[in-house]
Design a protein around this ligand. Structure first.
Ligand SMILES: Nc1ncnc2c1ncn2[C@@H]1O[C@H](COP(=O)(O)OP(=O)(O)OP(=O)(O)O)[C@@H](O)[C@H]1O
Ligand SMILES: [Mg+2]
Ligand SMILES: [Mg+2]
Length: 670
């Protein structure tokens, strides 16, 4: 195992004659296969979400969760947690005891050893030994073992006492029978997290005590005995040194305790539990339990759990809970003919409650091993289904109280609508948040008149433009090389074209008869194509599109052409850019000494131009030159005709350009 760490052995050969600083050849010898528990020690983040304080305490959760699973399955009634030193924790339960017999697949090892030394070994995959367990991956015990400097397991089972010790995941000997245990059964795990992984971190008594309280509240059938040496409790911390933690009324007790002495309740708590429908095979479908306090102050909180595992990031069970509540209040409003209740959203209800929600379901799915979010799709429907009737029933049971709550929530909804309205007008419709195309890289400034959008040709130019831009004021939208030739396309075909749709969405101002210049999201729309024939063609197509579909955009002076150079001329320290061949010759003559050997490089496209060059010459508002597009002040009808007939060749002739320098704007005949 240790030679996995030995980079000399796994390092590849150097490439002969390779570039200076080149990496060694990359081949099969670079692909490592980590065995046993090695992956856990090498990448703890994948298993416990990091190596910080949360990760450290997650180790305690894993062991406690296993004891809880045993209790929830109906096999244990009592759990003990003892903080024995700042880094040593003991967890004991009176459950069935981890199986100690030889494992069928590994006859020379006990099941216990397999569980603690093998990833993905567990009794919770099939649902035969456990119904609604928090454990499901079969990695918890082995991960804690791998990350512990030492770990001891003691199992009392079949009147015998067994024990096995480990160090950093490696057994120090086989599972041994160490005596009789006539009146005892269950599992004890004692472990010390490895400072090699966690540095000088240690357990927080307060945090562990809170963990025990929340677990006990989630399952009334268990009592948790807490013990901790007084020296391990910080000064001023009220954590007891010893306590028997039990909540006979489950979540309701826990919520009451959490709300403190004088909660600003609008009604008594709404709490209860319900069975979930039986599974197809007739086994338990699990259950849902909840406690909800409606609060005047709106200090909203929601703690949710699945199979006693906290889900701080919510998930599908919370979605079902929210849906049941909001539908319940809307239905009550309907029944009481309160029209305004239709405006209630989940946000209005959830913002008015402090609540706890706990579900027990079979084969839950979580995001990752830290299980922060429940992803089981079915949970939404199950929870909503179980709670819908219950809330109707609760509201209907006390109409006076239900009306009061409804009024409170409707007021919240109306306040929300008012807030949104005033915010909308303040933010100006021009910068309204719209559905924006995915390939748009937007700028951060809100005020439309101070921003600009670059329309560029293709992804690679888009990449350069994104790097060269000013994130605050410049947005970038890459368009696929050849856009539709709008002059010859029907309106339907044009509107179905994805590139043009993305463009329209990004601008936000609509097209044709729905065009509204006040909704334009940017002050300047800048076409930035390569300085070659293709680039000019694409620019013409775009100008024609604007001319046909958003003529006012041009009339109000929003449309511009960027002027990227085609050449870079260097001699010594001096660098000059040239727009075209003519410009190049002129500049070589005028800007450099006669007979100087000027180095000329031609940019193949914007995508190949170094980002700093692109910024300096074309994008930086302080140095660039822009052409403003102005439609010839002709009768609209004739211009239109001429555009149609000329399109595909040189429609830009139909426009006049005004050159805008960084600081001055001057008319220019092109
Ligand atoms: N305290 C215990 N009492 C009885 N059996 C236990 C106990 N702790 C662990 N086990 C057994 O060991 C198995 C492996 O535990 P482990 O924590 O590694 O995985 P898991 O609980 O199945 O899943 P997860 O990785 O999600 O926690 C469990 O499935 C269970 O069969
Ligand atoms: Mg587990
Ligand atoms: Mg395991």
């Amino acid at each position: 195992m240790s030679d996995l760490f030995d980079s000399d052995k796994s390092g590849g050969k150097k490439v002969p004659g390779g570039r200076k600083g080149a990496t060694p050849e990359y081949g099969a010898q670079d692909i490592e296969v980590l065995e046993g528990l090695e992956p856990v020690r090498r990448r703890p983040g994948m298993y416990i979400g990091g190596t910080d304080d949360n990760a450290y305490h997650h180790l305690a959760s894993e062991i406690l969760d296993n004891a809880m699973d045993e209790a929830v399955a109906g096999h244990a009634t009592s759990i003990e947690m003892r903080l024995e030193g700042s880094r040593t924790l003991m967890v004991r339960d009176n459950g069935r005891g981890i199986p100690t017999d030889p494992h069928p697949k590994f006859p020379d090892k006990s099941a216990l050893e397999v569980i603690f030394t093998t990833l993905h070994a567990g009794g919770k995959f099939s649902g035969k030994a456990y119904d609604t367990s928090g454990g499901l991956h079969g990695v918890g015990s082995s991960v804690v073992n791998a990350l512990s400097e030492k770990l001891e397991v003691e199992v009392a089972r079949d009147r015998l006492l067994y024990r096995q010790d480990f160090a950093r995941g490696i057994p120090l000997g086989p599972l041994a029978e160490i005596g009789n245990a006539p009146n005892r059964r269950g599992t004890t795990v004692r472990f010390t997290p490895d400072p090699e992984i966690f540095g000088s971190q240690h357990f927080s008594a307060a945090r562990l005590y809170r963990l025990c309280c929340s677990k006990a509240a989630l399952f009334r059938g268990v009592a948790i005995q807490w013990k901790c040496e007084a020296s391990l409790i910080k000064a001023g911390d009220e954590t007891p040194t010893e306590a028997l933690i039990q909540f006979p009324n489950g979540l309701e007790d826990a919520l009451t305790a959490e709300l403190g002495e004088k909660p600003d309740l609008l009604s008594p708590l709404w709490a209860g539990e319900a069975e979930l429908p039986l599974a197809a095979d007739g086994r338990t479908g699990g259950k849902v339990e909840w406690a909800v306090a409606f609060l005047e102050s709106g200090n909203a909180t929601l703690s949710s759990y699945c199979n006693t595992i906290p889900t701080p990031q919510g998930g599908t069970h919370e979605a079902g809970f929210r849906a049941a509540l909001v539908k319940g209040f809307r239905a009550w409003g309907d029944q009481r003919k309160v029209k305004r209740a239709a405006a209630i959203t989940a946000e209005d209800v959830m913002g008015a409650i402090a609540a706890k929600l706990s579900v027990f379901i079979r084969e839950p799915q979580f995001q990752g091993q830290t299980k922060d979010r429940l992803t089981t799709q079915e949970a939404t429907r199950l929870v909503e289904g179980a709670l819908r009737d219950r809330i109707d029933h609760w509201l209907g049971g006390n109409p006076q109280q239900a009306d009061n709550l409804l009024t409170f929530i409707v007021e919240r909804a109306e306040e929300r609508l008012r807030r949104r309205e005033s915010k909308d007008t303040a933010r100006k419709s021009a910068t309204r948040k719209l559905r924006l195309p995915g390939k748009l890289t937007d700028c951060t400034r809100e005020n439309a008149s101070e921003t600009e959008i670059f329309l560029v040709e293709g992804e690679s130019a888009g990449g350069s433009a994104r790097q060269a831009r000013d994130r605050e004021t410049q947005a970038v939208l890459p368009l696929r090389g050849k856009i539709l030739n709008v002059a010859s396309a029907t309106v339907d075909k044009m509107r179905a074209n994805q590139e043009l749709r993305d463009l329209t969405e990004a601008l936000g101002c609509g097209v044709g008869s729905t065009f509204d210049v006040s909704k334009l999201r940017y002050g300047r729309v800048i076409i930035m194509t390569d300085a070659d024939v293709d680039g000019a063609h694409i620019a013409s197509l775009l100008m024609t599109f604007f001319y046909r579909e958003m003529p006012d955009l041009i009339r109000h002076g929003h449309l511009h052409l960027a002027q990227p150079p085609l050449y870079r001329l260097t001699h010594g320290a001096k660098t000059v850019y040239a727009m075209n061949d003519q410009d190049r010759e002129r500049r070589i003559k005028t800007e450099f000494k006669a007979n100087a050997k000027v180095e000329v490089s031609r940019f193949k496209g914007l995508g190949e131009m170094p980002v700093t060059d692109l910024k300096q010459t074309t994008m930086d508002p302080a140095r660039r030159t822009l052409l403003r597009v102005v439609a010839l002040p002709e009768d609209r009808h004739t211009t239109n005709e001429r555009v149609e007939s000329l399109m595909g060749r040189k429609p830009e002739l139909r426009f006049r350009f005004i050159q805008e320098h960084a600081r001055s704007v001057e008319d220019l005949d092109v």
